[in-house]
Design a protein around this ligand. Structure first.
Ligand code: SF4
Length: 411
């Protein structure tokens, strides 16, 4: 592989569609990946960081509203005005029209959603532009447009309704809006799929009247997380795993024949979360041996076999509520991001809360947002500089909002 020397010591892979940029360097506007973070960051070892963050936040007062995703570090969560999952945070931001600056301690697609849902005069700021999401990166606008061409050539596009997970770029949300689909979260994926299949029933009838459609007529294209799509379709809607096919954007025609596409009900994009995708059936079996009587609770972004082997499955908010409601003395193994699991363990000293896997499982890009980046952001704002503004262009915003509004209107 060709490499480019950086500073005489580091080498970066030559750009390919799959090569990761060294985080925090260069611009990569075609994806969620990082661009540089200008200015001098305070040193992580600065003993005054907490005091500096407090002082800058106090100086900004109501002009700033800080959002903290559940997977953020404790040192950042300490300064969040609200915490939550990505959609809750975007709505919280929309509910604060007086706040001039929305500092989103999360990842890039979340800040985009906040920009879409907030007013034009509010600025959404991501403290480190290198905080992307590997799952969102797995579906680019070009790849998804190509997929639609493949579906069109196979004669099934008229019968497909796209459903995009919240964890996708604004481009993918806009694609979904353009094609009459909806966004979903891990809390409402079942409702979103049910709604989408109701839409496809009508589309399939009209396609069949025109001689199109096919055997599995009425389909959903689920983007970009194959696991959430499969888990919801199979577990909640009773769709057979045989009716789910995986579209691989790195293979010609997605690696699927026209016949496979015609027979399918669920066309799952080949994407996954690099955190939740790590949990395995072995993790579940091992924790059951290690902790007798444990209740295994996992996120639906985990693989299907993990979800099947778990006792309970639910979104981040569901996991938090389940722990709040749990009996004192009960034991829990949680399959989600480690920062959140640690916080839950700390918040529930009367329960035993363990991490589902023995290996470390932080979201590395979420962890890009640390106290030095937050201090740098807040102090820049105090000094009158507005760094790292995330802006979605009006055309993309229009169609992405259509898909987001459709989600809000789900029955
Ligand atoms: S936890 Fe997974 S889905 Fe969430 S931001 Fe990290 S990589 Fe993306």
């Amino acid at each position: 592989m060709t490499t480019t020397p950086l500073n005489g010591t580091l080498a970066e892979p030559a750009p390919t569609p799959l090569a990761l940029l060294l985080l925090g360097r260069e611009a990569d506007t075609a994806s969620e990946r990082g661009v540089d973070c200008p200015g001098d960051l305070p040193a992580a070892s600065d003993p005054d960081l907490v005091a500096r963050a407090r002082a800058a936040k106090a100086a900004l007062g109501d002009r700033v509203f800080i959002l903290g995703h559940h997977y953020q570090r404790d040192e950042v969560i300490e300064f969040a005005d609200v915490t939550g999952d990505s959609f809750k945070l975007a709505r919280d931001a929309a509910d604060r029209p007086d706040a001039e600056f929305i500092v989103f301690c999360g990842v890039h697609f979340m800040a985009e959603s906040a920009d879409i849902l907030t007013s034009a005069d509010q600025r959404v700021i991501l403290p480190d532009l290198a905080a992307g999401c590997s799952m969102a990166d797995m579906a680019t606008a070009e790849q998804v447009a190509e997929c639609w061409d493949v579906l069109t050539d196979a004669g099934v596009a008229d019968t497909v309704v796209p459903v995009a997970y919240m964890n996708s770029s604004a481009d993918i949300k806009a694609f979904t809006g353009r094609h009459g689909g909806t966004i979903c979260t891990s809390s409402n994926a079942e409702r979103a799929l049910t709604w989408a299949f109701e839409q496809t029933a009508g589309a399939a009838r009209s396609a069949s009247d025109k001689g199109g459609g096919g055997r599995g007529a009425g389909k959903v294209l689920f983007l970009p997380d194959q696991h959430l799509g499969r888990n919801t379709a199979v577990r909640d809607l009773g769709i057979s795993p045989d009716e789910c096919v995986v579209y691989n954007p790195h293979k010609p025609h997605g690696g699927l024949t026209a016949e496979q596409l015609r027979d399918a009900k669920m066309i799952l994009w080949r994407g996954h979360c690099s955190v939740h995708g790590r949990f395995s059936l072995d993790s579940v079996n091992e924790v059951r041996e290690r902790v007798p009587g444990v209740t295994v609770l996992v996120h639906p972004e985990c693989k299907h076999e993990v979800v099947e082997a778990a006792d309970l499955v639910g979104s981040t908010e569901y996991i938090i509520r389940a722990l709040d409601a749990a009996e004192p003395g009960s034991t829990w193994a949680i399959g989600t991001e480690l920062n959140l699991v640690r916080r839950l363990a700390k918040a529930h000293p009367d329960k035993e809360v363990v991490f589902l896997d023995r290996t470390v499982c932080f979201c590395s890009t979420m962890n890009r947002i640390d106290l030095p980046h937050l201090v740098w952001t807040l102090e820049s704002l105090v000094e009158g500089r507005v760094p790292n503004v995330i802006t979605v262009d009006p055309e993309t915003e229009k169609f992405a909002k259509l898909a987001l509004d459709q989600m809000l209107a789900l029955p």
